[in-house]
Write a protein that binds this ligand. Structure first.
Ligand code: AKG
Length: 336
């Protein structure tokens, strides 16, 4: 059928058309049916891109762990695993990775076209018994029943090949429909019965925060390595401090979608003076294919004096609210 820009569907038609252009409709169906999907390397990037991610991930991990090379890294990770946190600013290649059209497109299907980046990590695991228990990424621990919508979504970019014996990721297919965390007994059961992902390096695995998953132990020598990106809905606290650490230079060299990922135009929190939308905020659907650097059109959040009441700004707010009723955006039209 013809996918039109139906206002009731907000930005979904535009996103759907681009996912179709990327030949990802089957992946989208897998996400809906089973709660996870694997994007093959050729839909993620070319050989040069994959070679650069491999080299960069190894370099950054070796630098963090003071290892001369990957052999030394593998030795230091025997019987261990670690998430190397907050790698986004360690190399501009990670900026490319979090904007990868295929991954970001499917993530946006799960958490909206205005989602923000929550974390970017390199996850390293060595040979041994280390594994991750079966869990869901739903992190609203005071809300044990999950909302219909996912609040978070992940990609794992595989730096090394994945299989059960390689210590790869595993899923409980269909569990995203149960909308609850596993009990400890269920987690124990599925630790031995979850489906292991078999995929080659350069693939990206995508799933939302409802899906039960974990990983197996790596019984073979060497390293299991991946780059993990997690995205959240805009109202949530991110796991890593992107809004606070993004620079104007980083915004300028990237397309507008990166500015939105950094959440620097979110008006909240307010102090005594109510903040409004800041001019220059990226509007509407932002294409997955846009690579035009944003330049000086955007900027990071200015320093704010939260304790000062700005009388003129207050008068403007008062004037804007002086009509008979305070109005709210129409939930069923326009952006979303
Ligand atoms: O690879 C693993 O051990 C688990 C990965 C995981 O839980 C995640 O990326 O959210």
């Amino acid at each position: 059928m013809q996918i039109e820009d139906w206002p009731s569907a907000k930005t979904r038609p535009a996103l759907y058309r681009e996912l179709k252009q990327l030949d990802l409709i089957e992946n989208l169906a897998e996400l809906e049916a089973f709660g996870f999907t694997v994007i093959p390397p050729d839909k993620v990037g070319d050989a040069d891109f994959h070679a650069r991610v491999l080299a960069t991930a190894h370099r950054v991990a070796c630098e963090r762990k003071d290892c001369a090379d990957s052999n030394a890294l593998a030795k230091s990770f025997r019987e261990g695993q670690e998430l190397l946190r907050f790698v986004l600013w360690d190399d501009p290649l990670f900026e490319r990775l979090v904007l990868n059209p295929a991954a970001l497109g499917l993530v946006q299907w799960l958490v909206g076209t205005d989602c923000v980046l929550s974390l970017a990590n390199i996850w390293v695991k060595g040979q041994g018994k280390a594994r991750t228990a079966i869990h869901a990424d739903w992190a609203q621990f005071d809300m044990p029943t999950m909302a219909v919508e996912t609040y978070g979504a992940n990609f794992n970019y595989l730096v090394t090949d994945y299989a059960k014996e390689e210590g790869g990721l595993c899923f409980v297919p269909g569990s995203h429909l149960w909308r609850r965390w596993p009990s400890s007994e269920e987690s124990e059961y599925w630790a031995e019965h979850a489906h292991p992902v078999e995929a080659e390096a350069g693939s990206m695995i995508i799933w939302g925060d409802h899906t039960w998953h974990g990983s197996y132990a790596k019984t073979t020598p060497g390293l299991r390595m991946m780059v993990l990106g997690m995205y959240n809905r805009q109202h949530m606290q991110t796991q890593e401090a992107y809004r606070e650490t993004a620079t104007n230079e980083a915004l300028a060299r990237n397309p507008l979608r990166f500015t939105r990922l950094m959440n620097v135009y979110n008006a909240m929190p307010w102090g005594k003076t109510q903040g409004g939308p800041r001019p220059g905020a990226p509007q509407g659907y932002l294409s997955l294919f846009d690579t035009t650097p944003a330049g000086e059109a955007v900027s990071v959040r200015p320093d704010t004096d939260y304790h000062n009441y700005d009388k003129a700004a207050g008068e403007a707010v008062k004037a804007g609210m002086s009509s008979a009723a305070i109005s709210f955006p129409d939930m069923y039209k326009g952006k979303g």
